[in-house]
Design a protein around this ligand. Sequence first.
Ligand code: UDP
Ligand code: MG
Length: 313
Amino acid sequence: MDLSLVIPIYNEAENIPLLISAITNSLKDTNFTYEIICVDDGSIDGSIEVLRSVAKIHSHVKAIILRRNYGQTPAMAAGFEKATGKIIITLDGDLQNDPADIPLLVAKLEEGYDLVSGWRKNRQDDTLTRLLPSKIANWIISKITGVKLNDYGCSLKAYRSELIADLNLYGELHRFLPALAYIEGAKITEIPVNHHARRFGKSKYGLGRTFRVIMDLLTVFFIKKFLTRPMHVFGFFGLFSLILGVMIGSYLTFIKLGLGKSIADRPLLILCVLLILTGVQLFCFGLLGELLMRTYHESQQRPIYRIREIVNN
Ligand code: UDP
Ligand code: MG
């Protein structure tokens, strides 16, 4: 199998038949063998029935029906799990992505990349609630994660399947797949793709996702920098706090024992206690982090490095 298309579906009944025929159209002139994996994420609008009948007619289509609505990330993860292609392509089930771009993504990937991301240069969404927050988010994400992309939110992406196998998805981390891939050492690029306004159904997200994106960003940032060395961050702040606390403590001890003055009414005393306690706690977090990190890697035999290739005659 060459290509596996993974499509999360949540209440997209009218879009499914059009999407499948658009995909078949775009791939019919290529020599790729492919499968279309539609993951139904607990739809209640009849999407499941549509998927069942489409899967009966088209031999390319495989429908995975989840028990309830889990969210876009778990739906995509379920599709990844069942994908057998050498290249995995993700796209939305709402026809906003254009299947005609798929061969372009694959061609770019074959130039030697591990991940090719779509860039919705002419994005057809609401300006105030979607485009503006997304512009700001893209800027912050690229600054913090170090992956230089113009558009993280575009679902249309192509991956090498080995890369997907190395990525663990949680929460709503599908938006950070390029960042997670970058942590795993992937070569990443992007190409401009088409984007259409939604014709049927409505968007599943509103402004509320901004907050969740920020929280996810913090997680990804921490994983990127400190996953294999938590003591370096906690230990640094812990030590700093502890040393400062002990210095203030010594000063106060000198005043009390050396000069014989009372220190009971000094706010500095509270600061000293706070700094020492915080310091000890941060240190303990660091140590716990080190233990957890070892469990994380050793329990699943997850190496702390990734090999691109081994050269040998
Ligand atoms: N989706 C999903 N589960 C959810 C929410 C969304 O599977 O809980 C799917 C949805 O059907 C669509 C894709 O994820 O195929 C993207 O959702 P949407 O188009 O609403 O997001 P937007 O394009 O507005 O960012
Ligand atoms: Mg959409």
